[in-house]
Design a protein. Structure first.
Length: 241
């Protein structure tokens, strides 16, 4: 059963919450806004707000999910943050190995640490590894990702903040693109999206367009639900093979 509004997954699991900003995509972090809201509502898990916190007590959650799920790990943090010890990542991976009926999506802005970790640890078959690439200066994250022996390697170009130019998508199975939402959202231009779409088609990666966000394809600022997710009247939400 789908329990998250994130369209490219159906469940979230947050053994780590909180994070710190490292690049332009972090400026209007949705997880920070949500964490502070949950803290204000008195939710015990978020008593530290957006301060990085490890949650040993939720490590076993996926063991109780009997039906297979696609699970986004640490949607409210980054598993490869420098303050998450390898020993804790080991515990997360151990649960992943114990639940081969699930698929786990590990998405990071710290692809260098992820690559370093998996140099010394085997990647479970049910793990998809992803890196966020929101602008040209972060394209180097793709190089850390492409050589990892994961069943699926993916990019999240969300929020897409500029034209990414030429992309080398060798060994990249899936590319997610989306615009930013919220009152301070930065605009995303249609030609940036179409450039990525065209390159995925040429290079054989699956293309998933999540949303326009607060700025529509016409450059007008309005509710993200009104702007929707159509490109030239069609929905493009392919999943990796």
């Amino acid at each position: 059963m789908k329990t998250t509004k994130i369209e490219w997954t159906d469940k979230t699991w947050n053994p780590v919450t909180g994070c710190s900003k490292i690049s332009a995509g972090c400026v209007n972090c949705y997880a920070e806004v949500m964490a502070r809201r949950l803290q204000a509502m008195g939710q015990n898990k978020y008593k530290n707000g957006f301060q990085l916190t490890l949650h040993e007590d939720v490590l076993s959650e996926p063991l109780s999910w009997k039906l297979p799920h696609t699970i986004f790990v640490c949607s409210m943090s980054d598993l490869f943050h420098k303050n998450v010890p390898d020993e804790f990542i080991n515990k997360v991976i151990a649960v992943i190995k114990l639940t081969p009926h699930h698929r786990y999506q590990l998405l990071t802005k710290r692809a260098d640490r992820m690559a370093e970790y998996f140099q010394n640890h085997p990647i479970p078959e049910n793990v998809w590894l992803g890196a966020t690439v929101e602008n040209q200066s972060e394209k180097g994250r793709i190089d850390f990702l492409r050589d990892l022996n994961a069943s699926v390697r993916f990019l999240s170009c969300e929020p897409l903040l500029e034209d990414l130019g030429e992309l080398n998508l060798e060994n990249i199975d899936w590319v997610i693109v989306g615009g930013e939402s919220g009152t301070s959202a930065r605009p995303m231009k249609e030609e940036w999206v179409l450039s990525i779409k065209r390159q995925t088609e040429i290079q054989g990666s699956a293309f998933f367009f999540k949303q326009w966000g607060t700025w529509g394809s016409d450059g007008v600022k309005r509710n993200k639900y009104v702007n929707g997710k159509l490109i030239n009247g069609k929905i493009y939400q392919a999943m990796p093979a």
